[in-house]
Write a protein that binds this ligand. Structure first.
Ligand SMILES: Nc1ncnc2c1ncn2[C@@H]1O[C@H](COP(=O)(O)OP(=O)(O)OP(=O)(O)O)[C@@H](O)[C@H]1O
Ligand SMILES: [Mg+2]
Length: 447
């Protein structure tokens, strides 16, 4: 059986000492407090597993202490100690989140059994949380696919930097997998058993982002009825993911810079400096160099964040990843919808290979999801893809001549309803040349 860190709170010296003595004899680490006030002070700086709390004390009652502790430190298990005759208060305490209560007088064995039960429960909770997290993290990284040289480089970089504790800045267009990369770094890092706490900086107005990040003390503002830990504190021991960092205000940039430099911060309305140990990963689809030139992003913060940088390549620069990604999403949505679809037609795949994917992997994911929903047979055809709609049929820009030519030939063939002569005339090439190009590019007439 594991050992616990326990705080004994009783204003009666004899009771306090004998409780502490029994617990120490069982190998636990014990601190003592003679009043509720003293207990709260100790709780501010030390993390206890168990709190033994006398209900009836001079000054602050055990019940009051319990209520405060439930807010400030929800994980600690509280056992109330009550005298015969005050069972109703003990029940009141249970309603307020106490783990259990002991009635005086009790024998040391009873106490020992209860402590063991709590330790067992806490160990199991922690284990479950760990297993759940670990499973999620593992499947996450494995579900990040890419066979292109560009993605292989990204994977190698992720493996390398995961072992360091440096701050990372991930940039890239929307939907390129920045969020996924951040989680992959965390799950490969020595901090993987710790929390991965993400904050979407673009999703909050300034004052809300502040209390979201730093937390707040009770009474810091009108709605602050209780105090609350911020994401920085919650990320202790793990990774803090600052998503859409390009969206934060100039004032928040200063606050954040200070935290990154000193690793110490204050809750909103608080005076107690808080230290938390977390690794920072930030991401943005903004061009931060431009933002620095525009004076909307601080250069010093940029340097703080950009210790290591990862650039997620757009999907159009790694089209060889499209087939495996498409198959992967097909498998996933087939499972989710229970539909009997297991193929992507050659033509549909050609379409996808030609398309530019401005929304990157997320857009591909959505396209496959939609196709699975609208398809009738076992095969995904071009007409099931939203990109087949005429408004999306633009000639790809900035791509290889080969791709532009293929797309153009396909467009002309469709325009003429696959009349080879008309198509050849429009393209101003002869029919045999058109045939050989159709063959070379693997262009197929949709059934
Ligand atoms: N390499 C990949 N393998 C499998 N799925 C991927 C890959 N890259 C991205 N995805 C999927 O595409 C979607 C978008 O990825 P993610 O949210 O990480 O992108 P992002 O760059 O953070 O986008 P945004 O800038 O819009 O926040 C997610 O559903 C993600 O699971
Ligand atoms: Mg994202």
């Amino acid at each position: 059986m594991g050992k616990a860190k326990i705080l004994v709170v009783d204003d009666e010296l004899i009771m306090r000492e004998s409780l502490a003595g029994w617990l120490e004899r069982d190998g636990h680490q014990v601190d003592k407090a003679a009043s509720g006030e003293e207990a709260l002070k100790l709780l501010e700086n030390t993390k206890y597993d168990i709190l033994l709390l006398d209900i009836k004390m001079e000054g602050m009652s055990g019940l009051e202490v319990l209520k405060k502790v439930r807010v400030s430190d929800p994980e600690v298990a509280v056992v109330m100690i009550t005298a015969y005759g005050s069972v109703s208060t003990a029940i009141e305490a249970m309603k307020n989140g106490a783990f259990d209560y002991l009635m005086k007088p009790f024998d040391p064995n009873e106490l020992g059994l209860l402590i063991d039960k709590i330790i067992d429960r806490q160990e199991r909770d922690r284990e479950n949380l760990f297993l759940r997290e670990e499973y999620r993290e593992r499947t996450r990284f494995e579900s990040m696919l890419g066979q292109s040289r560009l993605m292989q480089e990204v994977f190698r970089l992720i493996e390398d930097i995961a072992t360091t504790d440096s701050t990372v800045l991930i940039t890239g267009e929307t939907g390129t997998g920045k969020g996924l990369a951040a989680k992959a770094i965390h799950s490969k890092s020595p901090r993987h058993a710790g929390p991965f706490v993400a904050v979407n900086c673009g999703a909050f107005p300034e004052h809300l982002l502040e209390s979201e990040l730093f937390g707040y003390e009770k009474g810091a503002f009108t709605d602050a009825k209780t105090s609350k830990k911020g994401r920085l504190e919650l990320a202790h021991g793990g990774t803090l993911f600052l998503d859409e960092i390009g969206e934060i205000s100039m004032r928040m940039q200063i606050d954040l810079l200070r935290v990154l430099e000193d690793r110490v911060f204050y809750r909103v309305g608080g005076t107690r400096p808080i230290e938390a140990d977390f690794r920072v990963i930030a991401a943005t689809n903004k061009d931060l160099s431009q933002a620095i030139r525009d004076r909307t992003f601080r250069q010093d913060l940029f340097y703080r964040l950009n210790v290591i940088s990862i650039v997620m390549p757009p999907l159009r620069d790694r089209k060889e990843d499209i087939p495996i990604l498409a198959e992967h999403f097909l498998r996933r949505f087939r499972q989710e919808t229970n539909k009997d679809i297991d193929k992507i037609s050659r033509e549909a795949m050609d379409e996808m290979m030609l398309y530019e994917w401005p929304g990157n992997v997320r857009e591909l994911e959505n396209a496959i999801e939609r196709a699975v929903v609208v398809a009738k047979g076992r095969t995904i055809l071009p007409e099931h893809l939203p990109i087949f709609a005429p408004e999306h049929r633009t000639v790809p820009k900035g791509k290889s001549l080969r791709e532009i030519e293929k797309a153009h030939i396909l467009a002309v063939l469709e325009e003429t309803n696959w009349n080879i002569k008309k198509s050849a005339d429009t393209l101003e090439i002869d029919r045999s040349t058109l045939y050989s190009k159709i063959k070379r590019y693997g262009i197929h007439r949709p059934d």
